[in-house]
Design a protein around this ligand. Sequence first.
Ligand code: EPU
Length: 302
Amino acid sequence: MRIESPKLIAALPEMGVELRPRVSLAEHTSLGIGGTTDLLRIHQHRHLPELIGLLRQEGIEHRFLGGGTNVLVMDGELPWVMLQLAAERNPPRLEGSVASVEAAADLGRTVTWCAKQDLGGLEGLIGVPGSVGGALRMNAGAYGTQIGPCVREVELYRAATGRLETLRGTDIRFDYRHTSFAPDDIMLAVKLELLPRPYAEILQGIRVCNEKRRASQPLSQKSAGCIFKNPPGASAGRMIDELGLKGHRAGDACVSERHANFFVNAGRATSAEMLALVADVRERVRAAHGVELENEVIVWKD
Ligand code: EPU
């Protein structure tokens, strides 16, 4: 979608919003798949309610993109504009063992920065690609760590009220890869309660997680991490693997040879190919096990 509204274009600089025309989502997502649209980069959170109000007035659909590491976007001309927070340049602020982190900050860098301050608790999340905001939104987790239990406070744009709000961690539900945030809430910043521990000890935990991840996941290939959630008490990866589906493909969309719950873009995969592979594998698992796998990846197709 092209932004053509003169009223909106004129208002953008005052709101600290930068217009990047004709951006390819294939270049902004870890899967390397997605069509083209105009991107609005937000440099000042406080103007978000005004910006979204104006988009609504002008009848312009919008979606919010975090790090682009857990999303499968349709191809072609996208019928919405993208909003994205400008990348964070300042390090987190510390008050005792509580770190205040911008949602646009890179999750991995945040984990290592905290470790250097002798603050642990997040080491399992090392290697989870994406932004802190995306991790919050999905309650990212790995190797026994989830971000949810560390959350003390969240600053966000709440779609329901159209306002910037602060929520206490205890008022947010964090479940397995699911939270009580609304789909169009926008995470802005978070206070994380960490565990004081010596750097060397945290570093050891980080190394162990990195090694496990390197051994079991296709890190050098384009993917969105795990495609399906694990069903209760089972592993989607193992189920797909046991059906002999590693290497199974639809065009250039391919079930990873290394981890069967990672679907990789092995060349120039289209979103239709990736969706066809997701549907095919889901159907085979349903037929074999009677289990309906639920997407872990977020799909934007209309
Ligand atoms: N397994 C296989 N074949 C495979 C993949 C896995 O047999 O192709 C077996 C493994 O050997 C293991 C079991 O399945 O016995 C579980 O595998 P793994 O330890 O890799 O964990 P997972 O349940 O597949 C989850 C998360 C990952 C996270 C890892 C590590 C989900 C959907 N996935 O994977 O998160 O990195 O644990 O904690 O919850 C993601 O969310 O995108 C993601 C990758």
